[in-house]
Design a protein. Structure first.
Length: 301
């Protein structure tokens, strides 16, 4: 067996003969550590220039943003100013005194008439004395005996009339009783208040022409009207005025019923012209057109 040559450590020694002929694959001389190539560090001048350039760029961007903001804000201010100016001009044109138009005059009249039943006292709706015309157009005066409390429409009229008033939105019923100048006749006048004139017209178009139904009489105990009830009514009627339906009925103060009066006397008695005349006078008071101011703020435009 051949003897093997070994080194003391089993590996060739560094710098030994076996390594002299070898070359480092990196090109460095054997036995030398290769040096690492480094980039040259930027000097202070280069860093200063770069920083200044970044600051200038940031400043220019901020200036652009500010210009955009200022331009947008200016647009908003201008638009707001125009809106305020137009609103001011419109408000001035609307509130300044000017002549009323025909439509405004009509609306003023309608509103004034429609609120009279509330705005006026009861004695304004039913005056203490009412002028009427009897037979041969003789002018006389009826005197008010009393004013009944305000009541529901259906409770102050006959059933056929109540249904129609309820259908067209009757709000309330006002009633008062009068006697003629000789204290021989008794009259009850009833004012049905509807929502508006259109409702009143629709209601009167459906009211019956039967003169036996209408407003229920109001009697006041201890007066000449004490015996005036539904059976004592001789005839009834109504007339339209604005949003009001003014009912009237009449009878004899001595309590005679309709059945006790001959038909020819019912038709030709002075009682009926007086009853109609009193109702028409109350309607005229309520619907008399008011004086309309010429301008929106009074009499000066």
């Amino acid at each position: 067996m051949k003897n093997r040559r070994t080194t003391a450590g089993g590996l060739p020694r560094a710098g030994g003969g076996s390594a002299q002929g070898r070359r480092n694959p990196l090109g460095a001389a054997p036995g030398r550590r290769p040096r690492v190539r480094t980039w040259p560090a930027a000097d202070s001048h280069t860093r200063t220039v770069a920083r200044q350039r970044a600051e200038v760029t940031s400043l220019q961007q901020g200036v652009r943003y500010r210009r955009m903001f200022v331009a947008l804000l200016s647009v908003v201010i201008v638009v707001s100013a125009v809106v305020v100016l137009l609103g001011t001009v419109g408000l001035f044109a609307e509130t300044r005194s000017r002549p009323l138009t025909t439509a405004e005059q009509d609306r003023y009249k309608q509103e004034e008439i429609a609120r009279r039943w509330q705005a006026w006292p009861a004695t304004g709706v039913f005056p203490e004395e009412v002028k009427y015309f009897g037979l041969d157009r003789a002018q006389q005066y009826a005197r008010r005996v009393g004013i009944a409390p305000e009541t529901e429409c259906a409770k102050g009229v006959d059933a056929p009339v109540a249904g129609i008033l309820r259908e067209y939105g009757c709000r309330t019923l006002l009633r008062a009783t009068y006697i003629d100048q000789t204290a021989s006749f008794v009259f009850t006048v009833g004012v049905a208040v509807l929502e508006d004139e259109e409702s009143r017209v629709s209601a009167t178009d459906e009211l019956t022409q039967d003169d036996r139904v209408g407003v229920l009489p109001v009697a006041f105990p201890g007066t000449v009207t004490a015996r005036f009830g539904p059976d004592q009514r001789q005839r009834t009627s109504w007339v339209g005025a604005g949003p009001y339906i003014v009912f009237s009925t009449g009878g004899y103060a001595d309590g005679r019923t309709r059945a006790a009066i001959p038909p020819e006397e019912i038709l030709h008695s002075e009682l009926w012209p007086a009853a109609k005349s009193i109702g028409n006078q109350i309607a005229y008071f309520l619907a008399d057109p008011p004086k309309v101011p010429p301008c929106t703020q009074g009499n000066v435009c």
